[in-house]
Design a protein around this ligand. Structure first.
Ligand code: ZN
Length: 106
């Protein structure tokens, strides 16, 4: 019976029948993406962290403030097990609500 369950719930399990874990973005990943989005050198996130950044949605470019938390870090693709920088998207709260706008643009 256990095996049938695995087949039915395919997306939650990997090839070996192991449950795919959702991985949160590391703070270092978030800060590097934040720096890059704001046009800053992502490698300076430790020493020269910028308090402001910009929404990564091509039609938005709203100013974001690190302390205000008017932004969200989202997964670009549908696999939350991929928590790499490439899969991390920085968008404002407004764009988060209308996520489909971004999904159409790759
Ligand atoms: Zn936005």
């Amino acid at each position: 019976m256990a095996k049938i369950n695995v087949v039915l719930q395919k997306q939650k399990y990997n090839f070996f029948g192991k449950k795919i874990k959702r991985k949160e973005f590391k703070i270092s990943t978030k800060k590097r993406v934040w720096m890059k989005a704001g046009g800053n050198d992502p490698f300076k996130w430790r020493t020269d962290f910028a308090k402001t950044s910009v929404c990564m949605s091509p039609k938005c470019h709203k100013k974001l403030f690190w302390d205000k938390k008017n932004y969200k870090f989202k997964y670009k693709d549908k696999y939350p097990s991929n928590n790499s920088e490439i899969n991390c998207l920085l968008i404002c709260n407004d764009c988060c609500k209308k996520r489909s706008v971004i999904a159409g643009k790759k």
